[in-house]
Design a protein around this ligand. Structure first.
Ligand SMILES: [Zn+2]
Length: 195
């Protein structure tokens, strides 16, 4: 079964206590994120890493502390989550490579990766049987990705020990919503042992 591994917002500003919008406990999932990304590459599957890339005066900063400003250290992903052959896809309609890359890093200034104008053609080009999803924040950007991917009609698996939440009740509400729509909850061990 051809899977696309989908890694949401795993960036320094979210993952570590010194980050601008630290998600408590998120540093503990970094090794699982790295494991999943490298597992995908080792098995010839693409990783899509969507990442926040904000302008300094981004309207989102009316609601959230400034974070992941393009060009800052905090906007970067941990080295361990990066694959050797990768390409950054800016948030404007354009060409993107697929054949020679293992990891597509999709920049977005929005909560939902589905605002990206390249996404429809990217999903069509990748055309997987299923998506394996993880990252931060569970009930916010991961939720947007999860529900949007479910709407494509493909199987979506959420790796519960490779996500991190800000609000536990909101996370649980999302898990209920996700499974009610046909999403499946899984673990990194299960993902990396069943293929
Ligand atoms: Zn943001």
């Amino acid at each position: 079964m051809k899977a696309i591994f989908w890694d949401v917002d795993t960036q320094l500003d979210f993952l570590y206590p010194a980050g601008a919008l630290y998600v408590p406990g998120a540093e503990r999932i970094v090794s699982s994120i790295a494991r999943l990304n490298h597992y995908a590459a080792a098995n010839g599957m693409h990783v899509v890493s969507d990442v926040d890339a904000h302008a300094e005066d981004d309207p989102e900063f009316l609601h959230w502390p400034p974070h992941c400003v393009a060009g800052t250290a905090g906007q970067q992903k941990p080295q361990s989550t990066l694959l050797d052959h990768r390409a950054v896809v800016p948030f404007r309609l354009g060409e993107f490579p697929i054949d020679k890359v293992q990891q597509l890093i999709l920049e977005k200034p929005t909560l939902s990766c589905f605002a990206d104008p390249n996404l429809p053609s990217l999903l069509q080009a990748l055309n997987p049987d299923k998506y394996v999803l993880y990252g931060v924040v569970t009930e916010i950007c991961v939720r947007h990705a999860a529900l949007g991917l479910l709407e494509t009609g493909k199987r979506v698996e959420l790796v519960t020990d490779a996500v991190r939440h800000l609000n536990e009740q909101d996370r649980d509400r999302f898990y209920n919503e996700f499974t009610a729509r046909g999403g499946k909850l899984t673990t990194a061990d299960e993902v990396c042992s069943t293929r």
